[in-house]
Design a protein around this ligand. Structure first.
Ligand SMILES: [Zn+2]
Length: 407
């Protein structure tokens, strides 16, 4: 396989998680009587542009038939994050009723509703029907298409170039990163701004966040690599913010290469830090599997020991992260009997691969158990607060990443 950005041959494995089912393919009871599909899950690193990327495999189309739709608005902290961003960026860029804002992967309108409320013309691009319908109910205009160069060219020919293009957690999920970036260039008005948010590879490595790897997550970015990709299509990163979301994300601000804005010091500072942490050195990537394997072994040992003691472990959070971890560790319901999740669409279903049944969080109030394994470690403190009553019942909290911790 060659690099999806620079086409150099990919010679180095960053992480090999074996085989895994699609992370969002939650199963019904009937599905448990059918065969389940597993796909290779390997991540490679390019030693020329340092893009970390999932490996291609045969019959990949079959992976994306799962019809589960994630609604951004179900997370109150994410809604607050979106509102703060909207207020800041409107002020900072001086957006008004003559501006035009385009969000790629606008989901259920969680973000653009703030621009609608401020009277700023906007457009969401979102191929998933269920979420697009929800956005339209909030007054957000939506185009039900995938974004790329051809759509961007069509929009710009219709005079719909954007003063602001927003992409939150979409850049890392795009298979054809070059086509998407060319689209950003084609859609951006002269003097316009692009902001993209994505998990930061430096934090992934530092926090051994190997469970953020799943098939739909195609790219894992450093600022170095994103700057390189932008530069090869006539764009420039002129500012970067570090955010605490998803275990450490970046929000980059892009513009046309020739834009009059000077590049902010934040860009150089972070590029230097990435270089000090040797993000352009193959050893950094070659050692990562060892740390991931340690987490897997520790979790498995913990679950087996508890079972031998006759103790019961319950999990919280039926999200992609947990699925990657449980499937890599080979955990089944004999070791982990149940997982609670607030999303009603998941309740009554089973986790892909591990087949752990998903129930409502009300289970926690009415049941006897000994440990609560919090799978989404990025919201562990939020979960602990919400379930503080368990402490009085003698339940102990467990997180597995970056290392096994029992409180
Ligand atoms: Zn490359």
């Amino acid at each position: 396989m060659n690099c999806r950005h620079c086409n150099a041959p990919l010679l180095h494995t960053f992480l090999d998680l074996g085989y895994a089912p699609p992370s969002n393919a939650y199963l019904t009871k009937d599905d448990l009587n059918r065969p389940e599909f597993y796909f290779p899950l390997r991540v490679l690193v390019c030693d020329r542009c340092w893009l970390v990327q999932t490996e291609d495999f045969a019959q990949a189309e079959a992976l994306f038939t799962a019809d589960y739709a994630y609604f951004s608005s179900t997370s109150s902290s994410w809604l607050a994050h979106a509102k703060r961003y909207s207020e800041d960026v409107i002020k900072q860029l001086g957006l008004n009723n003559k501006s035009y804002v385009v969000e790629i992967a606008s989901n259920d309108g969680y973000l653009l509703k703030n621009f609608v409320a401020a009277g700023i013309p906007c457009l969401g691009i979102e191929p998933t029907t269920k979420t697009a319908n929800a956005a339209e109910r909030l007054g957000v205009p939506v185009l039900r298409e995938f974004f790329g160069e051809s759509l961007a060219t069509k929009l710009s020919e219709q005079g719909k170039k954007a003063d602001l293009i927003v992409g939150n957690n979409v850049y890392a999920h795009v298979p054809d990163i070059n086509d998407f970036t060319k689209g950003l260039k084609a859609l951006l008005k002269p003097g316009g701004t692009i902001t993209l948010e994505f998990p930061h590879l430096m934090r992934l490595i530092e926090g051994v966040q190997f469970d953020t790897v799943y098939h739909e997550h195609f790219s894992y970015f450093s600022l170095f690599t994103v700057s390189k990709i932008f530069a090869s299509f006539g764009l420039r990163v002129w500012r970067v913010d570090e955010l605490p979301t998803h275990g450490g994300s970046l929000r980059i601000y892009g513009c046309h290469e020739s834009d009059s804005r000077v590049t902010d010091a934040s860009v150089d500072v972070l590029l230097k830090e990435e270089s000090i942490r040797r993000l352009q050195s193959i050893e950094t990537y070659a050692n990562f599997q060892v740390y991931a394997d340690q987490i897997k072994s520790d979790l498995l040992a913990f679950l087996i020991e508890r079972k031998r003691e006759g103790k019961m472990v319950v999990a919280y959070g039926a999200a992609a992260k947990g699925n990657t971890l449980l499937n890599y560790a080979g955990v089944k319901p004999d070791l982990l009997s149940i997982v609670c999740d607030a999303a009603e669409a998941k309740q009554g279903r089973f986790l892909p691969g591990s087949h752990v049944p998903i129930v409502s969080p009300s289970y926690l109030e009415n049941s006897q158990f000994d440990y609560l394994l919090i799978l989404p470690w990025n919201i562990a403190s939020e979960v602990k607060e919400q379930t503080a009553f368990l402490k009085q019942m003698g339940v102990r909290f467990v997180t597995a990443v970056p290392k096994l911790e029992i409180q």
